[in-house]
Write a protein that binds this ligand. Structure first.
Ligand SMILES: [Zn+2]
Length: 126
């Protein structure tokens, strides 16, 4: 086998080890038991439509809302006062979980492709 190929295969093995380590690092995110909430929290500014309201000329009414997608539609709900911090913590936890899940998918896809290359390199025809 040529040196170039050997170097390439050695890089592939190293990448596999690194990816497996990354999977290990993701595991605590999946092992957690604390609850989370789907959606994102943001501030919404709306004009109420009453012609004499201050919002007609200036800034709209501000409220903190939870936005989430349900069956392909975006649902908004106003966050009850005093619950903003809770909602932020819960939704951030969910986003972290989903990011980790997506990353795990990418990692496994990459690992399989690297493993296929190793398989190719080790195969002997009889
Ligand atoms: Zn108004």
């Amino acid at each position: 086998m040529q040196t170039k190929d050997r170097k390439k295969l050695s890089r592939i093995r190293q990448s596999l080890i690194e990816l497996a380590q990354e999977v290990q690092e993701l595991m605590p995110v999946f092992a957690e038991r604390s609850p989370f909430m789907k959606g994102t929290v943001y501030e919404q500014n709306r004009k109420c439509g009453k012609p004499n309201c201050h919002c007609a000329s200036g800034e709209g009414h501000s409220s903190m809302v939870l936005s989430r997608s349900e069956e392909g539609r975006t649902k908004l709900s106003v966050i009850p006062s005093g619950h903003l911090k809770d909602y932020q913590v819960l939704t951030e936890r969910y986003q972290r979980f989903r990011r980790a899940r997506a990353r795990l998918g990418q990692i496994y896809k990459t690992m399989i492709s690297l493993i296929d290359q190793l398989e190719e390199s080790r195969r002997r025809e009889n």
